[in-house]
Design a protein around this ligand. Structure first.
Ligand SMILES: Nc1ncnc2c1ncn2[C@@H]1O[C@H](COP(=O)(O)OP(=O)(O)OP(=O)(O)O)[C@@H](O)[C@H]1O
Ligand SMILES: [Mg+2]
Length: 207
């Protein structure tokens, strides 16, 4: 049984916070899992991450950006995700294929079908079992990252972020089987409780 769980949402929506809480609970239960973040997670993917996030790389085109994300994803999938899934472990991803649809598709205007084809190519047709989309207003997300220095992807402006937020909501509406749209305004613990309930329902007898 495949156990791939992904977390999505605009920057500052609370993905990493919730993943930390899920991992803590998995640890407490003694469950085997691997947690990764995109872009990154392998030696080569981390190098690609630097190119993607460095602010001086202003001339990077939307197509090149998109392919670099996919290259990092292909490496991460082959090197880490698929081996862990084959061992029967849970894999928890901080961003995955839906980030390409949301950011490069809805955000930058690239063709969604092309991006889906690239997603399938990079992941060897690996689809998440369950995807939590943490939804939050752009202004709230921005206010949360006050002290953090923004990277290239986070410097796209409010309108860009707004398109991404709308894109995630559209994805969630299109496939309620895989996506769960979560309210990112909830307190960390409250949101975690909802996420945990959904996980328990999905993996009955395991969690
Ligand atoms: N439910 C919440 N309520 C209030 N603040 C929160 C909540 N969840 C996370 N935060 C805070 O908001 C900030 C961003 O959270 P987090 O790093 O988890 O978001 P993220 O989605 O991983 O962002 P990024 O895409 O930039 O990695 C952090 O300072 C975190 O402590
Ligand atoms: Mg994060």
């Amino acid at each position: 049984m495949k156990r791939l769980i992904t977390f999505e949402g605009i920057d500052g929506s609370g993905k990493s916070t919730q993943i930390r809480l899920v991992c803590k609970r998995f640890d407490a239960l003694g469950l085997q899992y691997t947690a990764v973040r995109e872009p990154g997670g392998t030696r080569i993917s981390e190098k690609i991450r630097e190119i993607l996030l460095q602010k001086e790389n202003l001339e990077l085109t939307a197509a090149a950006e998109s392919l670099l994300f996919q290259a990092a994803r292909a490496q991460l999938t082959a090197e880490v995700i698929l081996p862990a899934l084959r061992e029967g472990k849970f894999v928890i991803c901080d961003r995955f294929t839906d980030s390409s649809l949301a950011y490069q598709g809805f955000g930058r205007g690239l063709d969604l079908n092309t991006l889906e084809t690239l997603n399938n190519y990079a992941t060897q047709d690996t689809q998440p079992d369950l995807t939590f989309i943490i939804d939050i207003k752009v202004a709230t997300a921005i206010s949360r990252r006050s002290i953090k220095v923004t990277d290239r992807m986070e410097s796209g402006g409010d309108a860009f972020m707004e398109r991404i937020r709308r894109g995630y909501i559209e994805l969630a509406r299109g496939n309620p089987g895989r996506y769960r749209l979560m309210n990112g305004n909830l307190k960390e613990r409250e949101l975690f409780q909802q996420i945990w309930n959904i996980l328990q329902e999905k993996y009955v007898g395991v969690l």
